[in-house]
Design a protein around this ligand. Structure first.
Ligand SMILES: Nc1ccccc1C(=O)C[C@H](N)C(=O)O
Ligand SMILES: [Zn+2]
Ligand SMILES: [Zn+2]
Length: 215
């Protein structure tokens, strides 16, 4: 039995938040001393803080909300690939030509390590973006979940969110804010389940991987 590796951002008061969005906080509503029996906590956070999934309702009024998403998307085999050119500070975009060399045979969950978000404690100023035409290419190869080590699949100042929309149009679901720094490229089993939030536009997840050995 191989062990599960945590690929989630730690949620504490220092976790970076999208500029202007709700800061993360955990506090005790009741202490054990106050209640006489238990500590009871309260969390306040944006649904897009740390490692999280986007529901289509995040960017589409008629899009699915978190509870309507199929849990099967978020558990199962996943391939991790590295785009080493990105972590040299050469921030660009991720398109078909960056992925073309990768064998995507049988890959339904693709996790991309760009290494471009180096200073984890600070929200990045610029990130590589997914070029919208990549959505069609990935969908054509059977990809249904795209995960990245970035806080968004579009440029941070984008209002149109072309990559979010293109991915959704092609039935590819979005997982953001992964921590893949120490994860070698290869095949894994992934679990990154959203909470059963009935009306939500996104959800934090605890994302974990364990190596899959074939043969
Ligand atoms: N938290 C926010 C607050 C304001 C505006 C955007 C956001 C986002 O998180 C959007 C981002 N495009 C995302 O991929 O989830
Ligand atoms: Zn998001
Ligand atoms: Zn997003």
């Amino acid at each position: 039995m191989t062990r599960w590796i945590d690929i989630s951002q730690r949620l504490d008061s220092n976790v970076p938040t999208w500029p202007g969005d709700t800061p993360f906080s955990y506090r005790l509503t009741w202490t054990k001393q106050m209640s006489g029996s238990v500590n009871v906590g309260q969390i306040t956070m944006s649904t897009h803080t740390g490692t999280h999934i986007d529901a289509p309702f995040h960017f589409d009024e008629n899009g699915k909300k978190v509870l309507e998403l199929d849990v099967n998307l978020y558990v199962g085999p996943a391939r991790v690939i590295h785009l080493p050119a990105m972590d040299q500070g050469a921030i660009g975009s991720i398109g078909v030509e960056d992925i073309e060399r990768v064998d995507l045979q049988g890959v339904t969950r693709l996790l991309i390590r760009t290494g471009a978000w180096e200073e984890r404690r600070v929200f990045p100023e610029k990130i590589p973006e997914i070029r919208p035409e990549l959505a069609e290419y990935l969908a054509g190869r059977g990809v249904q979940l795209l995960g990245l080590d970035l806080p968004s699949v579009d440029p941070l100042d984008s209002k149109e969110l072309p990559a979010h929309h293109a991915l959704t149009r092609h039935h590819i679901h979005i997982l953001e804010g992964l921590v893949l720094d120490d994860v070698p490229a290869g095949d894994y089993e992934l679990a990154a389940l959203p909470l059963p939030l009935a009306d939500a536009d996104g959800s934090p997840v605890r994302a974990v991987l364990r190596p899959l050995y074939s043969g």
